[in-house]
Design a protein around this ligand. Structure first.
Ligand code: OSB
Ligand code: MG
Length: 383
């Protein structure tokens, strides 16, 4: 593989229903779409789904743009490799910036699968024909609003609901949903909002009685010890999300028993190659995984569906249909869930047509390596 051209498009899409987590509320999202082209004209697409503010992780749309245009694109141009893992070596010296890398990694995998004439899921080693999707519900203005959302999504057929929790919005809403839906597969996600394990012990001991599948990321990302201590005290599985950025983190989690379930996010870990490696490592350790989302547009969503088809994705993934979030997605067909299941596309690559004219028309910012500056060109020549 050799990439002749890279284009990036910053694109904002309004959310149909605004989403609030422990840190903030948002009503539209701006992601960066990555288009890479080989000399023969074949194209691959990826998505940089970084939040615009540094509350989930350290990256922002602005830092991702900077790293993508100033480092990743120039490094990729001129680099040669047999497959996506060899191509990703192009940016091996770049630390962190996983969201930015993930957009390029996914584009390489899409291109690679298309050139082999196979579906992305098959290129990755997927074994499922469809994946089970769950929905993630944000913090709502009231418990009645939350119950209305749960009603809407269970009526649409989603078999699992995840509730965002935060100090002040935890035991009460969870109990309300649990008593209205005694048999629903339910879990909670705190996005690291609880200060430490002693101060919040009462909350987690109470939630431990609500028959939850897991409690996701209660504490700060780097605090593996707090998660390990909580896991010793409660029967409910602790799941890590923000804590796990690389395979070293996953080995720490497994060694310390800091959780029993792993949320794999392609974006958070820097792409499909490492997401697949994390899947394999977790499988060897007997840790079931599921695929988390970052409200991806259709391109990133399709990559999430593809990775979710691997065998150790044993719990429902956050790959609900595009229509839960966006009125007009940028792929055709949109990603659809029927009775809470998404079919894994069989067409080559991500298996969806990318609406490139719409993207070009609506992009607020565009980068094209064909017109990039001298400095970036000389950098590309060095790698
Ligand atoms: O922790 O899973 C999370 C969205 C933004 C930041 C963090 C998270 C989320 C989600 C998105 O829950 C769920 C989805 O994409 O369906
Ligand atoms: Mg999470």
């Amino acid at each position: 593989m050799k990439i002749a051209r890279v284009r990036l498009f910053a694109l904002r899409l309004p959310l149909l229903h605004s989403f609030e987590t422990s840190s903030h509320r948002k009503s539209s999202l701006e992601h960066i779409l990555v288009e890479i082209t080989e000399a023969d004209g074949r194209v691959g697409w990826g998505e940089i789904a970084s939040p615009s503010e540094p509350f989930y992780g350290a990256e922002t749309t602005a830092t991702a743009w900077e790293v993508a245009t100033g480092h990743l694109a120039p490094m990729l141009l001129g680099h040669e490799g047999e497959d996506p893992p060899e191509m990703e070596a192009a940016w091996g010296r770049v630390r962190g910036n996983e969201f930015a890398k993930a957009g390029f990694s996914s584009a390489l995998w899409d291109l690679f699968a298309r050139s082999q004439g196979i579906a992305l899921a098959d290129a990755l080693g997927g074994t499922r024909e469809e994946v089970v999707a769950g929905v993630s519900l944000g913090i709502e203005p009231s418990i009645d609003d939350l119950l209305a959302q749960v009603e809407r999504q269970t009526a649409a057929g989603y078999p699992r609901i995840k509730l965002k929790i935060a100090p002040g919005w935890d035991i009460e809403p969870v109990r309300a949903v649990r008593s209205a839906y005694p048999d629903l597969e339910l879990h909670v996600d705190a996005n690291g909002a609880y200060p430490d394990e002693d101060a919040s012990a009462a909350v987690f001991l109470a939630l431990d009685r609500e028959d939850l599948t897991m409690i996701e990321q209660p504490f700060a990302p780097r605090d593996f010890v707090a998660h390990a201590r909580l896991q010793q005290r409660i029967a409910t599985a602790v799941c890590l999300d923000e804590s796990i950025v690389d395979l070293g983190d996953l080995r720490t989690m497994i060694t310390l028993a800091a959780g029993r379930i792993l949320n794999i996010k392609v974006s958070r870990m820097g792409g499909l190659t490492i997401a697949r490696a994390a899947h394999d490592l977790a499988a060897d350790a007997g840790v079931p995984v599921w695929c988390g989302g970052m409200h991806e547009f259709g391109i990133g969503r399709a990559a999430n569906v593809a990775i979710s088809s691997l065998p150790n994705f044993l719990l429902p993934s956050d790959v609900s249909g595009s229509d839960k979030y966006y009125a007009d997605d940028i792929v055709d067909p949109a990603v659809v869930a029927v009775e809470g299941r998404v079919r894994v596309p069989r067409a080559p690559g991500i298996g969806h047509e990318v609406l490139v004219d719409t993207i070009i028309h609506d992009a607020s910012r565009t980068f094209d390596s064909a017109t990039m500056g001298e400095q970036a060109r000389s950098m590309a020549a060095r790698v």
